[in-house]
Design a protein around this ligand. Sequence first.
Ligand code: HEC
Length: 150
Amino acid sequence: MVWHLPRGFPTPAVPPDNPMSGAKVALGERCSSSAACSVTGQYSCASCHEPAHSFARIGPVAIGATGGAPAANAMALVNVAYNISFGWMRPRVRSLEAQMLEPMLNEHPVELGLRAARPPCCAQLAVDRAYADDFAAAFPGDPAPVNLRA
Ligand code: HEC
């Protein structure tokens, strides 16, 4: 994996159990704006973290897929790889891998609403040829690369 970093920027720390690859970056970019992984099929990470606004939401608070509002707004995600903790309210969240489970699974309020919907969501992605191929490329050797183990 080649990092394209501005001069003087250190290489971000990467968890040894989830090494970086070009295939993961491409898959992450695609999934973050895909509505497939939300309870309504119409919402994504990018609904709150707007790419045109440094991945922040313009407005006082974030709004979830079913209309509920988390207690805070969706902050910008630029340079988030350098954080040592994530979010305004839960300093114990220490990795991006742990952070992403919050919007996927939170219920009070719902953000993407996948707690009940994750088996159908994973099944839907696994039979979508394009997604299945991209997940397999990102997680080679995993017999079930489309999963949400949490
Ligand atoms: C409903 C709106 C909403 C959606 C959808 C959403 N987020 Fe967020 N995001 C937030 C809010 C609000 C926070 C602040 C949470 C906190 O303080 O605990 C946040 C915080 C974050 C952070 C921490 C940033 C930092 O600087 O500490 C990351 C990373 C992040 N979100 C990634 C994602 C990813 C990846 C997805 C999709 C899987 C996603 N978010 C979907 C609203 C959202």
